[in-house]
Design a binder for this molecule. Structure first.
Ligand code: UDP
Length: 239
């Protein structure tokens, strides 16, 4: 198998099927644009399981994802897409860069969900982009941006409700979308949805259970990821 892309937390391989690729979840973790690094045993396995639970839930709600079929602990087959180079961030509660930029205290419930776009470009440090920048750079058409906005809102409602039922507060998360190959007409959800790409707090205590445990050296990173997996796993069946 040929590696076609290696990112910070995943590897992509080509397969015999031209429109399918193999996605492997790695145990490597990075933060602060790759400046902080670590390896966590079983992270790949846990993140893949969490991602697939959430994909299934979203598919049931009419959100098409790139998932095709599962293979083993850390690998699955996904549809090939042309990734739109945007990190789509949805926020329900102030935290992280939003708190830094605006002064809103971490933990402040936002009056309505907030959508932000960041340019997926490591050399530029993934800057935030306004819709005018996205148009000028021709990263996506106005129609595609409209579609991404609507899909992100549905994804947020479905995930927020599901996490709450499972005992967690979905603070914010990052999505990536792609144009389904070979036509590149349909926009589908790609990448992962895991504690690496979401902020998830315990609903009652507010305890941080996501990648901020690694970013902020809080310890027990995998124990927290496992707790999320068990919590949502218990509720996935009846959702
Ligand atoms: N996020 C991500 N990848 C990135 C940047 C952010 O998955 O390259 C996620 C992050 O885990 C959080 C949300 O997007 O759930 C919002 O992140 P924020 O803008 O607050 O940035 P941070 O301060 O975490 O770098």
């Amino acid at each position: 198998m040929n590696i076609i892309y290696e990112g910070k937390a995943k590897r992509l391989y080509s397969t015999d099927e031209p429109n399918e690729i193999l996605m492997e979840f790695k145990d490597d973790a990075t933060a602060f644009n790759g400046k902080k690094k670590a390896v966590f045993e079983n992270k790949g396995l846990i993140n893949k399981r969490i991602t697939l639970i959430l994909y299934r839930l979203l598919e049931k709600s009419g959100i098409k994802t790139h998932f095709v079929r599962d293979i083993d602990d850390t690998r699955c087959i996904v549809r090939k897409v042309e990734i739109i180079p945007l990190e789509v961030v949805v926020r329900n509660v102030a935290a992280g860069s939003l708190s830094k930029r605006t002064g809103l205290e971490e933990g402040t419930q936002l009056s309505e969900p907030m959508l932000e776009f960041y340019y997926k470009k490591d050399e530029l440090g993934d800057p935030m982009l306004a819709p005018t920048h996205i148009r000028e750079l021709k990263l996506a058409t106005a129609e595609e941006m409209d579609d991404i906005g609507k899909k992100s809102a549905v994804i947020n409602s479905v995930l927020t409700e599901f996490f709450a039922k499972s005992g967690f507060r979905l603070v914010d998360f990052k999505l990536e979308f792609g144009r389904e190959e070979p036509e590149r007409k349909n926009i589908i959800l790609a990448d992962e949805i895991s504690p690496d790409s979401c902020r998830i707090w315990d609903l009652d205590s507010g305890e941080i259970l996501d990648k901020d445990r690694f970013r902020r050296d809080l310890g027990d990173v995998m124990e927290s990821y496992q707790r999320i997996l068990e919590g949502i796993g218990a509720h996935a069946e009846n959702s």
